[in-house]
Design a protein around this ligand. Structure first.
Ligand code: M6R
Length: 589
């Protein structure tokens, strides 16, 4: 089990309704099963099952669980089928210990073999944790000592919460998987992510790798398995509870698309001196890398075109999962930009560690303050996009591209000019996300909803946009969507074009002639041309009007495709916030 959401509460209030709300706010992390365990006068009581939380909450009546100490879990399965038994919590043989876990226990098979006299119920790696604690308790250790000893035997990634009958406390440990403490007036939260408790408190303590924490009614004690007793600062988060609500929108995806009017402006509100210093580092570096995954990788690619065309500066763009292949180019003079919305993507963190081992300097571009990337990079720039709940990156993608643009302009010592350009974009983004635009794109979505394939083409900066557009369409509507550089069509993809095949063409002033010539190659084979451009061209069967914004085209041109992808998902009866098989932060290699 890799990407899951966990939450625990100990306090003055009844735990189950609080945990249930927390699970709903954590659903973006995993949504194929859920469960909860609460300490009651009868020991541990629990409910768990497969299904989305809104389906199973009626069946399982979580709120019937009494007690003010509890732990809960949303599952995203990759290890063991999606079924009631594999859902968390998991237990020891006598069901006096309950645990929930996010991560993967790599040595669970060996550990399980060493516990052959224990009765395992599930196929998960996680269950081994409960039995390990039981084993240590049988050796006469206290719950805390047994927990610590069990944790020190685990290889892999984990964020674990554990409770034991008759012990008024929650024990927790983290390594590699996110875990944050929330301190409210009425109690303490332990969770994979802040939105799960934001309604109750903005005071947080970010836990670090190897922290083992005891939370009881007196507060929290942190013991780091390497450093010993430690204290961690209490921070205040700036997000508020409203930001993590749908605020009248049917889906987070739409809300987050519309928020781009504001988030793009926020992204570029960076300290000018900091940006200038980073530009200076890029100038001095002997090799600069941009690394990221998925949408963040596409932002890196857009950034590389901007750096090349605008600032005449070469950068290497590498998928974080492929970065190790470039290891031998890394030196103390190399600069690595690690781009990640969540700051928890395992491939990105692995790339960061590779770079740091080689002595290279790492700058994070990240949305989540307190995430692993903010801790592990030497310096970071925050996107300031606010919480993005939908699994798809929308507003964080444009924030990443905005930051890349700002850096490219900083290299030219034209920071102010860039900020002005972005200010002028405000009304354009407002119009692109307006109701009339959404309705216009809905009509296009109605024409495309039954298609099996959609292709997207662009050149230069617009090629990065085409790749991102294809990712948006495929991951949310499940229609096969693929992007090509316009010039590549004749080298193979043209064979895919039949009468009526939809092809989205991103046109910019700079490469208008060449991309329109690519579009005519498609049109000649019967393709249905959807043009995204400032001017209507005869060749278009459907025209999406966007302003011509030069270097800022990647921002304005992706927005209609985000909306189109959203409309396609809704028309096909899919939940745009939770595409199948995907999770928001991919904390596995
Ligand atoms: O949190 P990150 O930016 O590191 O996530 C990387 C990818 O998993 C992510 O961009 C993913 O491709 C998007 N959610 C797709 O919309």
């Amino acid at each position: 089990m890799y990407m899951c959401g966990i939450i625990g509460y100990i306090g003055l209030k009844k735990a189950s309704p609080i945990l249930l709300k927390g699970l709903k706010n954590l659903e973006y992390r995993g949504y194929d099963s859920a469960g909860m365990a609460v300490l009651s006068s009868n020991g541990i009581e629990f409910r768990k099952g497969a299904g989305k939380i809104e389906e199973i909450e009626r069946r399982l009546n979580f709120e019937e669980l009494e007690g003010s100490i509890g732990i809960a879990h949303n599952r995203w399965a990759t290890h063991g089928d999606v079924n009631d038994i594999n859902a968390h919590p998991h237990f020891d043989c006598s069901k006096t210990i309950a645990i929930v876990h996010n991560g993967i226990i790599e040595n669970y098979k060996e550990l399980k073999e060493s516990l052959s006299d224990h009765n395992f119920e599930s196929e998960t790696d996680s269950e081994v944790i409960a039995h390990l604690i039981e084993e240590e308790l049988e050796r006469g250790l206290s719950f805390e000592k047994a927990f610590m000893s069990a944790v020190s035997k685990l290889d892999g990634n984990y964020a674990i919460l554990a409770i034991k009958a008759d012990e008024e406390k929650i024990l927790t440990a983290r390594r590699g998987s996110p875990l944050v403490v929330g301190i409210a007036d009425h109690g303490i939260f332990l969770s994979s992510d802040i939105p799960s408790f934001l309604e109750w408190t903005k005071k947080v303590v970010y836990l670090q790798d190897y922290d083992v924490v005891v939370v009881d009614r007196n507060g929290i004690r942190i013991h780091n398995l390497i450093e010993g007793e430690v204290s961690r600062p209490i921070d205040t988060v700036e997000w508020d509870a409203e930001q993590v609500k749908k605020g009248g929108f049917e889906h987070y995806m739409l809300k987050e698309i519309i928020e781009q009017t504001e988030t793009i402006q926020r992204a570029i509100q960076q300290d000018e001196d900091v940006v200038k210093r980073i530009a200076e580092e890029i100038r001095r570096a002997y090799g600069t890398f941009f690394v990221g995954c998925g949408s963040s990788y596409h932002a890196c690619l857009a950034g590389s075109y901007l750096f090349s065309k605008l600032a005449k500066t070469h950068v290497n763009v590498v998928l974080a999962s492929e970065f190790e292949n470039y290891e031998h180019f890394l030196t103390e003079n190399t600069l690595v930009f690690a781009v990640s919305q969540s700051g928890e993507t395992a491939d990105v963190l692995e790339a960061v560690r590779t770079a740091k081992r080689k002595g290279s300097r790492v700058i994070g571009i990240v949305n989540r303050m307190g995430s692993s990337l903010t801790r592990e990079s030497d310096q970071f720039l925050l996107m300031n996009a606010g919480p993005e709940i939908c699994v798809l990156s929308t507003k964080t993608y444009t924030s990443q591209v905005a930051l890349m643009t700002l850096l490219a302009y900083a290299l030219l010592e034209r920071h102010e000019e860039c900020v002005e350009k972005f200010k002028e974009l405000y009304m354009d983004i407002y119009n692109l996300t307006s109701r009339s635009m959404r309705d216009y794109l809905k009509r296009l979505a109605e024409m495309l909803a039954d298609k099996e394939h959609i292709y997207l083409i662009g050149r230069g900066l617009q090629y990065a946009t085409a790749l991102e557009g294809a990712l948006k369409i495929k991951e949310v509507s499940y229609i096969h969507a693929e992007a090509f550089a316009g010039g590549e069509l004749k080298h193979g993809p043209l064979a895919l074009i039949e009468k009526g095949t939809p092809v989205i063409v991103f046109v910019s002033k700079e490469n208008e002639e060449r991309i329109l010539s690519n579009a005519s190659e498609v049109k000649a084979r019967g393709g249905f041309i959807i043009g995204i451009s400032a001017e209507r061209h005869e060749i278009f069967d459907y025209w999406i009007k966007v302003p011509e914004c030069g270097d800022l085209n990647p921002i304005v041109q992706i927005i209609p495709i985000q909306i189109l992808a959203y409309q396609l998902a809704v028309l096909r009866g899919l939940d745009p916030d939770k595409p199948r098989n995907l999770a928001k932060s991919v904390t596995v290699i």
